[in-house]
Design a protein around this ligand. Structure first.
Ligand SMILES: [Zn+2]
Ligand SMILES: [Zn+2]
Length: 352
């Protein structure tokens, strides 16, 4: 039996580099040799105990790109060694939601790092559900593995823009300039929107400015919501994307959305922290209060293609590259919000 190195989670805050068997591909499945694997806020939250997998030990990581290492019987569309990025949700393809293209809401979903082993390992098994829904996507020649690993988080921002009905000329307020907030900025600019970004950190605002935000507002300032209104002719933003996971902070920005606008709860809030919402406001101001979570395979393919065409640059988001053996350090830095986007890099023959 062949063995591989993997960052294995045993419990809250307990992640260890271990040698475990390389998975094999059953019928309809693939095994991918991982080359780039993005570290997501979800991974950090999970490691810190929020929604630890029921079955431990487990391997996290749902932003994987690499090469096809093995194809199971019946898989004919992929050649060994082919470069691929992986949509992480194993959606059934047949339920109410899947047949309407809303695979992220699949009634039977599970996925990489969420029910089955994920991409913080040298090899990852891709279940037939992901193969069947077209979730294994060939990487354009000019795209590196680390760039391809960013397709998944970018796809979540494209999903949010779609759900918010974002169109050219709209004004978007992005609250929170972490990695996802900065990706919302990029996705919104691609849609032709004008983007205002608010954050408490000056360094993050400086990044947002360099990436094309028209206005960067200090969220420490009491008057930050008033400033949004001043920048929008007194109306408020067409779309507010709350790209942080703190309900009490999100709530503060309710008045920043214009009448008839969309307020999108994007950052995953913790359990048991409801905030009050004035139904009079929702009714008389015709506010669309919504949320988006993950993305669909179509969003994922679009994200990879926009990275490939250069329409959305992602390399400037990747602030840190780690080896598998540095996972603990990576998690610690991410927890302290000292990185923008971290990617685990696993070297291989093809140095792309
Ligand atoms: Zn993620
Ligand atoms: Zn389904």
């Amino acid at each position: 039996m062949k063995f591989m190195r993997a960052a294995v989670v045993h419990g809250k805050g307990d992640i260890r580099l271990e040698s475990v068997p390389v998975p094999t591909a059953a019928e309809g499945e693939l095994v991918v040799r991982v080359r780039g694997s993005g570290i997501c806020a979800t991974d950090i939250k999970t490691l810190l105990g929020q929604g630890l997998p029921k079955n431990l030990p487990a391997i996290l990581g749902h932003e994987a790109a690499g090469t096809v290492f093995q194809t199971g019987p019946g898989v004919e569309d992929f050649a060994l060694g082919e470069r691929v990025a992986v949509y992480p949700i194993a959606a059934c393809g047949e339920c109410f939601y899947c047949t309407r293209g809303r695979h992220n809401l699949c009634l039977h979903e599970f996925g990489l790092g969420h029910g089955i082993d994920g991409g913080f390992a040298e090899y990852v098994r891709i279940p037939r559900q992901i193969v069947n829904i077209g979730g294994v996507v060939k990487i354009p020649a000019q795209v590196t593995f680390e760039q391809a690993a960013v397709a998944e988080p970018l796809s979540c921002c494209l999903a949010a823009a779609r759900a918010s009905g974002l169109t050219a000329g709209a004004t978007v307020l992005v609250v929170g300039a972490g990695p996802m907030g900065l990706m919302h900025l990029k996705a919104s600019l691609w849609h032709g929107a004008r983007v205002i970004v608010a954050d408490v950190r000056a360094d993050r605002l400086a990044m947002a400015e360099s990436m094309g935000a028209s206005h960067c507002l200090d969220a420490n300032d009491e008057g930050v919501v008033d400033q949004v209104c001043q920048l929008t002719g007194g109306l408020g933003a067409d779309v507010v994307v709350a790209s942080l996971g703190v309900p009490e902070v999100m709530e503060r920005y309710f008045p920043a959305v214009r009448n008839g606008g969309v307020f999108n709860i994007f950052g995953g809030p913790p359990a048991g922290r409801p905030v009050p919402v004035d139904f009079r406001w929702i009714h008389y101001s015709e506010i669309i209060l919504t949320g988006t979570f993950a993305s669909t395979p179509d969003d994922f393919r679009q994200a990879l293609s926009l990275i490939g065409s250069g329409e959305i640059a992602v390399t400037d988001l990747i602030s840190h590259r780690f080896g598998l053996e540095d996972m603990l350090e990576a998690v610690d830095l991410a927890r302290r919000q000292e990185i923008i986007k971290g990617v685990v890099i696993i070297p291989g023959e093809d140095e792309n």
